[in-house]
Design a protein around this ligand. Structure first.
Ligand SMILES: C[S@@+](CC[C@H](N)C(=O)[O-])C[C@H]1O[C@@H](n2cnc3c(N)ncnc32)[C@H](O)[C@@H]1O
Length: 235
């Protein structure tokens, strides 16, 4: 099996316990990171009647936050769609949001029309995409001019200082232990720290975005750099 297919299969396996593990392993912090990111984008992007595409949507956590943030900031969502290649993740998302459209597809090959999206988001997903440049080009293709790409991700960090030591210890020891107990799939939770080590630094990812003609508007660290937020605009 190709590496990309193995990753998707791993997400199929952990999907039933994914939400529970997520909340416990991030101490609920991920909800706060998502809220801050969605609200920031909605405050920056002034248009109404938004078409939002959430790529690598998993069980739909970002979709819930987009809806709540839009309500809070009095923004109207015209359409919101979730895309993910994992069947089991999508089955859970469909149960959660019965009226929404979900599409089984990979980020590098989106069955979506040209320049129709106002916002594309991908949270903790781009690290799993093997053909990352193709995916970034797809995001640019489906976005309207001036549309916004929001990426939340765990980026590779310098392993210096106390916080880096704690982050590394947590990711390599505590997370696989607890994630393994909840999901009964320790290997999947060992994949997370390895995939972060194999991913890009913030600076490298900014460069990739710029290579695809995105203008990076904001780059922010959450919780001492555990999570990074990139807001980029299609120019
Ligand atoms: C860590 S989960 C994140 C899910 C959700 N975005 C969230 O924030 O909870 C990563 C997701 O990426 C999806 N994924 C893996 N490979 C992908 C690809 N090539 N294109 C799009 N999504 C992919 C997985 O199926 C999984 O649902």
């Amino acid at each position: 099996m190709q590496k990309q297919e193995k990753i998707i299969e791993m997400f199929n396996q952990i999907a039933p316990t994914y939400d529970k593990s997520n909340r416990i392993l991030s101490f609920g912090m991920d909800i706060n990171w998502r809220k801050k990111a969605c609200e920031r984008v909605l405050n920056l992007y002034l248009k109404q009647d938004l078409n939002i595409i959430d790529v690598a949507c998993g069980t739909g956590d970002m979709i819930e936050i987009w809806q709540k943030s839009a309500l809070k900031l009095k923004k109207n969502i015209n359409t919101i769609k979730g895309i993910d290649p994992s069947k089991v993740m999508l089955e859970i998302a469909k149960q959660r949001f019965k009226d929404l459209e979900f599409i089984e597809a990979k980020a590098q090959n989106l069955p979506l029309e040209l320049e129709n999206a106002d916002i594309v988001s991908i949270s903790y997903g781009i690290r799993n995409v093997m053909q990352r440049q193709e995916a970034l080009r797809e995001f640019s293709r489906i976005l309207k001019k001036d549309g916004i790409l929001l990426v939340l991700e765990f980026t590779r960090r310098e392993k210096k200082g106390f916080i880096a030591f704690f982050r590394d210890f947590y990711l390599k020891n505590i997370l696989p232990f607890i994630g393994g107990l909840i999901s009964k799939n320790k290997e999947a939770y060992k994949y997370l720290p390895n995939s972060i080590d194999e991913f890009l630094s913030q600076e490298e990812f900014v460069k990739e975005l710029e290579d695809v003609d995105f203008k990076v508007l904001e780059l922010k660290d959450f919780s001492f750099g555990i999570s990074s937020m990139f807001i980029a605009q299609k120019v």
